[in-house]
Design a protein around this ligand. Structure first.
Ligand SMILES: C[S@@+](CC[C@H](N)C(=O)[O-])C[C@H]1O[C@@H](n2cnc3c(N)ncnc32)[C@H](O)[C@@H]1O
Length: 185
């Protein structure tokens, strides 16, 4: 999908997509730098769009690692299915169902979750439910890595994980924050 295609899809679904451009290479790198690819064997991506971060993850992923990618938009899922990599599982469903799909694919816990779901524009209850489910299935010491364009949702991560570390990526439209929470429960 080209930039115009992504833009058109975003305009049609602004609340669920939450931005009009896909993540820049600087933002993709700023997200995945927190992942220890040598050790990770179960990765989850939420809100994959047409796969810009997905491709960076796959490029760095261990051969025995799986990537479960959740995306609710049908057109984006069709683009994701064009990525031919046996380690990638495209799940056309809401991230809320993370536990169900984890079990289905033979995994019990997740090493890292990389998310671009626009929690600021989604209902609070949905965001809280998704992030709480993520916390439940992340291994101890596992990281939840989230992109945001403001710090409005910061308190949600503090409440659920009890910690959040923030970095800023100026070279993105719009400039973005990467929020990282560790599962210490
Ligand atoms: C800001 S876009 C990110 C796209 C891409 N990852 C990127 O970084 O450019 C957010 C994506 O989250 C998806 N999304 C929104 N709610 C979701 C949910 N409940 N479960 C899974 N994906 C969701 C949207 O359809 C959209 O593609």
């Amino acid at each position: 999908m080209n930039r115009l295609g992504f833009f058109k899809e975003s305009i049609k679904n602004l609340r669920t997509i939450g931005t009009i451009t896909r993540s820049s290479k600087y933002l993709c790198k700023g997200m995945i730098r927190h992942v220890d690819f040598k050790k990770a064997r179960v990765l989850v991506e939420l809100g994959a769009g047409d796969g810009v971060i997905t491709k960076y993850i796959l490029k760095n992923m261990h051969k025995d690692c799986i990537l479960l990618t959740f995306e609710v938009n049908e057109k984006f899922c069709n683009r994701l299915r064009l990525i031919k990599d046996k380690r990638l599982v495209v799940i056309e469903d809401s991230a809320e169902k993370i536990g169900e799909y984890l079990k289905k694919h033979g995994a019990s816990e997740i090493d890292y979750i990389v998310s671009a779901i626009p929690f600021v524009t989604l209902p609070d209850e949905l965001g809280t439910s998704i992030i709480s489910n993520c916390q439940q299935y992340l291994r101890k010491g596992g990281l939840f890595i989230q992109v945001h364009y403001s710090l409005l949702a910061k308190k949600m991560y503090q409440k659920i994980f009890g910690n959040v570390d923030i970095s800023f990526v100026p070279l993105n439209i719009p400039p973005a924050f990467v929020l990282v929470s560790e599962n210490r429960a």
